[in-house]
Design a protein. Sequence first.
Length: 156
Amino acid sequence: MSRRYPLMPLSRLRQEQLKAAAAARKSQEAEAERLKANATRAALATEAQSVAIASENEQVTQRLEQGELRASDLSRHCAWTHVAALTRDRLQNTEDALVQEHVRAEAALHEATEKLASKKREAEVVDKHQARWIKAEHKRTEDAQTEDIEDRWRRP
């Protein structure tokens, strides 16, 4: 009759912790990817706004050189440029915030990866101990059976 592995509850606990750490890492990885995509979109929006401002300024400069603009046109352009610059600054601030969030998410992902590796090592320690224990149990059982057989053989 074989005995039950005495550290089985610890083994189950380590496996559950390993699964939880793997799920947490997967979640952190998805969050980091989401934030990276958001930061990229924000960077593109900021760049598009900057390009729009530069393009409009170039067109106004050309029209001004050709004498096609009046004071009211320049006033409207000045107002538009101001609003566009405020929009660009708002987009830049959003982009900066998203980049910072992404950096924090990457750090959290790194921590989750380290925790997963640690939990794997802890689970492996228990698994290796269990394998050695099972091997020792088999040897003990075989030795006991061998001894029983030898005792039976010796009896007249």
